[in-house]
Ligand binder design. Structure first.
Ligand code: UD1
Length: 429
């Protein structure tokens, strides 16, 4: 299994290009199932999760083509892919595929809306808590689907297609909102989604569906209204920048010190995180087509954070922020309200010398003067990158094991950081 070796202590200086958002690319790719025409997606990141979803869509019969490189493109500029679901041969998503990536459960909505049936395996457990799909099922039922659970599968059917309805989410759910949007876009009549997720990836999906002919208003607000249409057509859509990758590198710079411009990204995608970073003492400025982060000399101030749905502080940056707070002056409180059990990084950060106490959903971080490198283990996607950040700021060598988690969500991580002066290498085995 590959490992990452980091020799910490070097500040980061330079430019980091930000990739297209994994969490937008996944639902956009799934939306290709909603039409027999071609959906062309630009700026798709090269990641293990994207490759897994391509395999899953291929199993349904979706043709997948990667457009060849164009002048000026490198392996780090996102790829352009064309997905064509003109010949869907299978409306079943089997366990061995769905269990590799939870988001693939979302295929249930386009399959049901377009073909009137879908059989999708329940995704199973996940390292960050139970992550149920009850609200996704509730949304499909509100659109008139009949749902049964049989042998670990959700079997969904409609008699005469989905019909518009009211979907009121008791809790904000990104996946639930994606599923509701896709189902409602092809339902008969009007759907109103209340307490919808406002995440930028929901807006990106809605914008793509609108290009495909859907009638959607209010994406980005808690109330989305969808007027169903009978069919959608092909479109071309550029995936929005990855706000989690942006925030991760911003936190790395805030921790190691230095001066880095994050290119091809937008501050409005992560205001809450950037505001928090500025409060810790980093200088955050907006530049054309990106964000510049600097921290020179000044200490890191301790700041309290609570994760929340967008526009609040994202749970997907909680681990990285905790890494930063391990070197803050004083005590910070970090509360995780979205996922239970999303503190697996705490034990590993402790191996580097961090002082963190857990009380239920609250982590209390006592800043220390320095961290010291050690062998650590990645446990999930965001936790593993928090260890990278901490390793960059720690004295001496950090070795991170089980890095396949990183490859699910961070494109060319070592190359991007290495060019900014980090001493980071992948050791293949
Ligand atoms: C998405 C993101 C993930 C991010 C999360 C929250 C993708 C591929 N993943 O995950 O990176 O951390 O949003 O911003 O976009 N819940 C239920 N029942 C359901 C569905 C969700 O109780 O049927 C709960 C979850 O357990 C969790 C909360 O709702 O506590 C939010 O989950 P949700 O927003 O649905 O997360 P995902 O869409 O899976």
């Amino acid at each position: 299994m590959d490992r990452i070796h980091i020799t910490g202590g070097a500040p980061l200086n330079g430019v980091i290009p930000i990739s297209g958002a994994k969490n937008a690319a996944l639902p956009l790719m799934i939306a290709s199932l909603m039409t027999g025409e071609t959906l062309e997606l630009v700026n798709v990141p090269r990641l293990a999760d994207i490759a897994s979803l391509s395999r899953i869509l291929g199993n349904h019969g979706v043709d997948h083509m990667v457009v060849g490189k164009r002048p000026g493109q490198t392996t780090e500029t996102g790829q352009t892919i064309r997905l064509t679901a003109s010949n869907v041969i299978d409306t079943t998503a089997p366990y061995d595929l769905v269990s590799t990536m939870r988001a693939s459960f979302w295929v249930i909505a386009p399959l049901l809306a377009r073909f009137g049936e879908a059989k999708v395996s329940l995704p199973g457990g996940c390292a960050i808590g139970t992550r149920p799909v009850d609200l996704l099922i509730m949304a499909m039922e509100a659109l008139g689907a009949q749902i049964e659970i049989d042998g670990g599968y959700v079997v969904a059917r409609t008699r005469n297609g989905l019909r518009g309805g009211e979907i009121r989410f008791p809790k904000v759910t990104v996946g639930g909102t994606h599923v509701a949007l896709m189902g409602a876009a092809l339902a008969h009549g009007t759907t109103v989604i209340e307490n919808a997720a406002r995440e930028p990836e929901v807006v990106d999906l809605a914008e793509c569906l609108i290009k495909m002919g859907a009638r959607i208003e209010g994406a980005g607000t808690p109330r989305i209204v969808i007027e169903g249409v009978s069919r959608l057509h092909g479109a071309r859509h550029e995936v929005l920048p990855d706000r989690i990758e942006t925030g991760t590198y911003a936190m790395a710079v805030a921790m190691t010190g230095g001066d880095v411009t994050l290119e091809n990204t937008r501050a409005d995608l992560l205001h809450s995180a950037l505001d928090v970073l500025a409060t810790t003492g980093a200088e955050v400025t907006t530049v054309p087509d990106g964000i510049r982060i600097r921290r020179n000399g000044a200490g890191i101030a301790a700041v309290d954070v609570t994760t929340d749905p967008f526009p609040g502080f994202p749970t997907d940056l909680q681990a990285q922020f905790m890494a930063l707070m391990t070197l803050a002056k004083g005590r910070s409180h970090i509360r995780e309200t979205i996922f239970e059990n999303r503190f697996m990084h705490v034990q590993e950060l402790a191996r580097l010398g961090a002082k963190i106490r857990l009380e239920g959903d609250l982590a209390i971080v006592e800043g220390v003067h320095r961290l010291k490198g050690a062998p650590v283990m990645a446990t999930d996607l965001r936790a593993s990158v928090s260890l990278v950040i901490a390793g960059l700021a720690a004295e001496g060598e950090t070795q991170i094991n089980r890095v396949y988690h990183l490859d699910r969500g961070f494109e060319a991580l070592e190359a991007k950081l290495g060019r900014c002066g980090a001493q980071i290498q992948r050791v293949r085995s």
